[in-house]
Design a protein around this ligand. Structure first.
Ligand SMILES: [Zn+2]
Length: 449
């Protein structure tokens, strides 16, 4: 575990006393935690660096910093990004978000989520005392590795504040969504303090969705559903997403018998056996469904297949006794069960029924069909995306009146930079996202009336 977090310089803090106090509380409690960890396990604590003033980190230029410092919204986003929260190590950022929401009169429930490699991690569920939220804003607080520090950059030949580029791990995916959702809701609550809004910020989205699954199965997601709408935050380039592809994951496995490579007839090559199966599986997205391929749809286009990993053999002079390939399928149509049947048949046919080669679904039971999302709010570009989200991990019950809970997916920043070394977005993207979330919140509240 690592804690790549540095406190902002003192000049940052003077402009926002709340953030100052919460960061200092955060820093002092976690310094204690770090000290305790170091005492217990030097091996665990060694990659950690103590929290230190950021004056020792390279400055991105006074005037750029001032733009961020002057805005509670941009400062909140910065603080989120500065707290490292790789999947499994989300408790520090969770504490920070929880304290921030408590300071803004939210009742916060820290919902424990098993797993992780740092201090006990939890989802942050928050609502106003007035009762259960009817519009739920949700995103995730974990990020993919590696941690990349927060930095600011002025885009050449443009001196406007809105063109400032903000980089760092999670700056887009999904801390931009988290920050914009919080500030959009605070704006709405400013005008209508009784607006039934709530937040759910989950852990583990990038690795398995355990955070959302835990929430989904908990009493915080009751039947019938108290929610009218759930607004999911992920990088969508500020477009409203009508749906995303489904997912199916499996291994193709082949077994053989080892022998000296000079006498291959004494053994049986697992690699030779797996090749025709993989070659067929690789093309399943391009083969028409009526010829045994995976289905396409007008909405999502073709199903795509990625053989992302192959493990086989032990040495070039040994006939390989085992081979295994990991495959991820992005389903454009159909259910995972239908997809499994198509894969099973394809492997069988490609290998002439060789029983030493088979598709193994047991180690990847997860999978979901393409979810359809709502787009009935005017003023947005509408699109579809090819990446997975936590949407399928939240099983929403019908409402008391029998209606289903609306689901929206929207957020700032591009998926094309998320997870990359260039993860970044502009101040304008962030500001526009606050307006977008406001629009969605207000539409969802109106639908409720
Ligand atoms: Zn994400």
């Amino acid at each position: 575990m690592t804690i790549g977090w540095t406190a902002p310089p003192p000049c940052v803090l003077s402009s926002d006393r709340f953030i100052f106090s919460s960061i200092m509380k955060f820093a002092s409690s976690h310094l204690l935690g770090i000290a305790a960890l170091a005492a217990v396990s030097p091996a665990l604590a060694s990659p950690q660096s103590p929290l230190k003033p950021a004056s020792s980190s390279p400055s991105s230029g006074g005037s750029l910093d001032d733009v961020i410092n002057d805005s509670p919204f941009l400062s909140f986003h910065r603080d989120l990004v500065q707290i490292e929260s790789l999947s499994g190590n989300e408790s520090y950022v969770g504490e920070f978000v929880a304290e921030f929401l408590e300071a803004h009169n939210f009742t916060v429930v820290k919902q424990p989520v098993p797993g992780g490699d740092g201090p006990a991690r939890f989802n942050v569920f928050a609502h106003r005392a007035s009762g259960s939220p009817r519009v739920l804003l949700t995103s995730h607080i974990d990020t993919v590795p590696p941690f990349i520090p927060y930095s600011l950059e002025r885009v050449a030949s443009n001196s406007s504040a809105s063109s400032i580029r903000i980089s760092g791990r999670g700056s887009v995916d999904a801390k931009a969504s988290v920050a914009a959702q919080v500030f959009a809701a605070l704006e709405v609550l400013d005008e209508d303090p009784d607006a039934p809004l709530g937040f759910l910020f989950v852990v583990d989205e990038e690795v398995g969705g355990k955070g959302m699954s835990v929430f989904s199965e908990s009493s915080l997601n009751p039947d019938p559903s108290p929610f009218n709408a759930v607004i999911f935050g992920e990088p969508t380039d500020l477009a409203l997403v009508a749906g995303h592809k489904g997912m199916l994951v499996f291994d193709v496995v082949a077994t053989g018998r080892a022998a000296h490579s000079g006498y291959p007839w004494l053994g049986s090559s697992a690699i030779s056996a797996i090749l025709p199966a993989l070659s067929r599986v690789d093309q399943l997205g391009d083969i028409p469904a009526e010829e045994g391929g995976l289905p396409s749809s007008p909405k999502f286009g073709r199903t795509t297949v990625n053989i992302g990993r192959v493990d086989a053999g032990v040495a070039i002079n040994v006939v390989p006794a085992a081979a295994r390939a990991g495959v991820a399928v992005r389903l454009a149509a159909g259910t995972p069960d239908e997809g499994r049947e198509i894969v099973r048949r394809a492997v069988h046919n490609a290998t002439n029924g060789n029983e030493a080669v088979y598709a193994d679904f047991s180690s990847h039971p997860e999978g979901y069909p393409p979810p359809d999302l709502d787009t009935d709010v005017d003023g947005f570009e509408v699109t579809t995306v090819n990446y997975g989200t936590d949407v399928p991990n939240l099983q929403l019950h019908d409402r008391e009146d029998g209606g289903s809970v609306r689901r929206y997916l929207y957020g700032p920043g591009s998926i094309h930079v998320a997870h990359s070394d260039d993860e970044a977005l502009t101040v304008a993207d962030l500001q526009e996202a606050v307006r977008g979330y406001r629009k969605l919140i207000e539409a969802a509240l109106d639908q409720d009336e």
